[in-house]
Design a protein around this ligand. Sequence first.
Ligand SMILES: [Zn+2]
Length: 311
Amino acid sequence: MIRKISSLFPKGTALYLLFGLAALSPLVVNQITAYSKVGVYNELESMRHEMTFIQQQLDDLKNQKKAVEKKYQDDIGRLENKINDLTDQLVNKRQKIKAISSETTKTVYLTFDDGPSSVTLDILDILKEESIKATFFVNGSETETARTAYRRIVQEGHVIANHTYSHDYKYIYQSKENFYMDILKLEALVEETTTTLPPKLYRFPGGSNISRSSPELLEEIKELLSSKGYIYFDWNCCGDDSIGPEKTSQEIYNRVVETGLDRDRLLVLLHMNKRNAETAKALPEIISYYREKGYSFEVLHQNSYICQFNN
Ligand SMILES: [Zn+2]
């Protein structure tokens, strides 16, 4: 067969073919080299593509991160603005309440300190009869009478306020911690007895300018209690029923009228210890005197009229 094919060509053709192939071989090598270069080039190209893709992903993520940060910054900014706004509104409301309460009719705030004792129960009876509410700055006493008084004060719609548990000047005016502990001790007793936590209203035993304590300590106590949300009340009218010699109901009434002057806001200080039976007796006269003068009777609260000696 091969012979048949070779017989078709002139002699020596195979030789020419061999030479021909030898002459072509550099081209073939070049071609192969060119092919491998194309492969590397392609690989590089695809790596470049991948790199560009990764870079794009990275840029996208960075942009997303920026957007989220901006969103939260915006949210935080919005919340901060809202908080500032609401704080302003609160201040305005407080001022309005203060202004309104100073515009309303003349008011008497009856307050009774110390006790509670059986006199407290007598006072509660009189107030019930007169349909008047008052504020009771109580001390701590765990007798049945005192517990009944705590309960009745709350149940009958009066305000129970804090006059420290012990009323012991030596102890409470030793440090702000002692004072605060005594306030908390009374709160616990009242809460346990009445199942209601009393409002954060208090009165310094002896008043907020008492000389038994240093002015510095009084300031520290005021700051500490204010930081806990408490408000203290002094008075601008009193029956002098706690300072001896003991007074008759007529004398107590006279002192209230004399010290009250013609103020529109009267924060009256009276007492309800066991020895204050004359105070209870003076009470109906005091009430009718101010009623006839057009006063109304209110209780103290966080936004009520505040009387403090240093203001
Ligand atoms: Zn007192």
